[in-house]
Design a protein around this ligand. Structure first.
Ligand code: SF4
Ligand code: SF4
Length: 411
């Protein structure tokens, strides 16, 4: 559906029950439709800028569920991003968010910051990390950063060991590069198993979604153009993402943001047409995957469908079907598998009391189905869910690619 401007909102309210923030707070001003009206009033100079207005606009996970459920085809995303930009310009950001933005804006800064954080993780006394939280996540529950960044631990080009099935460009995102290299190694393992040549451009950087969501469109542009240049030079069948939020950026945001940029728009569209998330990829290649017959463990698995997996790729349904096809999986669906976990980029940090309510509900339901593995294909969801579990919950959170890779026959 062609997306329409916010003036087309018919105030039907379909977006209310799709909005995770509204469902917790039950306050009309934070609902998607009210946000649109506030943005309209601000644009028409009928409403002045204020900290309260910034707070209302920021009480949003940028999950895209309002857009996905709007019968009028409103483009909430663009409206929210533009408004966030204006609010940040007028009222600034907290020092912590400013620091995150500063680091994400340039890859060399992010690498330096990750190195410092890694050292910090070793030096911080256990008593401190047991006591303090970052947002709703206790410091002791944060994952250890990768020993070395994933993209430095692997070759830029990995050739297949059997007849080449095709060429894949792998956009790893920041999380796999600095935080969850197990996801990256699993993706490579699956691609090698299938016989693909893998290209991991060394000059890729943050997809820029965090910058865009914090109103830093200008900073994001430089990153985006650099990513477009890094990706367009390779002749590949598919550009693969292991994080559906990176996928949202490459698939939808890059072409939209480059619309008026004649030089980069064609390349952004070409990239968009090749983007695929790892779940869809696994599903499309399922018949060629050879599972290890010795992998007989029957695992109790549940799944959390991240917002961008649902709203950008709709691959959550594919994955749930796939889980039921895996002989070593006993899939135990939770009633709220498709509900937001409250992670939402930095939302878990900015609005911990709202986020915690969403996360606790998810955890309660995952425990109720007595699963031992909780799969999710978004690194922030993984960090948020795992970060709020206790050891006695006996639940391990993992990327779906890792489960699939673990069960494959060694080639
Ligand atoms: S679903 Fe769309 S048209 Fe209906 S109130 Fe929400 S934004 Fe407006
Ligand atoms: S993007 Fe998500 S959290 Fe934000 S208003 Fe829309 S549904 Fe609510």
């Amino acid at each position: 559906m062609t997306q329409k401007p916010l003036q087309n909102c018919g105030k039907c309210g379909f977006c209310l029950n799709a909005c995770p923030v509204y469902k917790i707070l039950k306050e009309e001003p934070v609902s998607p439709r009210a946000k649109l009206q506030l943005i309209k009033a601000y644009g028409n100079h009928k409403l002045a800028s204020s900290h309260l207005l910034k707070d209302i606009i920021s009480k949003c996970l940028m999950c895209g569920s309002c857009t996905a459920n709007c019968p009028s085809g409103i483009d909430h995303y663009s409206a929210f991003m533009e408004m966030r930009k204006k609010m940040v310009k007028a009222h600034g950001e907290t020092p912590a968010i400013k620091a995150v933005i500063y680091l994400l804006a340039r890859e060399y800064r992010l690498k330096f910051g990750a190195g410092l954080a890694k050292a910090g993780q070793k030096l911080v006394p256990k008593s401190f990390s047991k006591t303090y939280k970052l947002g709703n996540i206790p410091l002791k529950n944060f994952p250890e950063l990768n020993l070395i960044p994933f993209r430095e631990a692997v070759d830029t080009v990995i050739f297949p060991q059997k007849k080449q099935a095709g060429t894949i460009v792998y956009f790893t995102g920041c999380a796999t590069n600095y935080l969850y290299d197990d996801t990256g190694f699993s993706v490579i393992g699956i691609l090698k198993h299938l016989g693909y040549k893998i290209i991991i451009p060394g000059d890729q950087g943050c997809c820029s979604i965090p910058l865009l969501f914090h109103g830093e469109k200008d900073l994001a542009f430089k990153n985006i153009i650099s990513n477009i240049n890094a990706l367009k030079t390779h002749d590949a069948d598919t550009i693969l993402v292991d994080c559906s939020t990176c996928g949202e950026a490459l698939k939808n945001e890059y072409p939209r943001l480059m619309e008026k940029n004649d030089r980069n728009h064609p390349a952004a569209c070409a990239i968009s047409s090749k983007v695929m998330d790892i779940i869809t990829f696994i599903d499309q290649h399922f018949d060629h995957l050879e599972f290890d017959p010795g992998f007989k463990k029957k695992l109790s698995v549940t799944y959390h469908a991240p917002c961008h997996t649902r709203n950008t790729f709709q691959s959550h349904i594919i994955f749930e079907n796939l889980l039921q096809k895996l002989e070593f999986v006993n899939y135990k669906r939770t009633s709220d598998a498709e509900e937001c976990c409250g992670g939402g980029g930095t939302f878990f940090y900015e609005y911990p009391w709202i986020s915690k309510k969403m996360t606790d509900k998810k955890i309660k339901n995952a425990k109720a189905v007595q699963a031992s593995l909780w799969l999710t294909d978004c690194p922030v969801c993984r960090m948020n869910l795992a970060g709020n579990l206790n050891a006695k919950d006996n639940l391990k959170v993992m990327h779906p690619a890792t489960l699939v890779h673990t069960a494959l026959k060694t080639i």
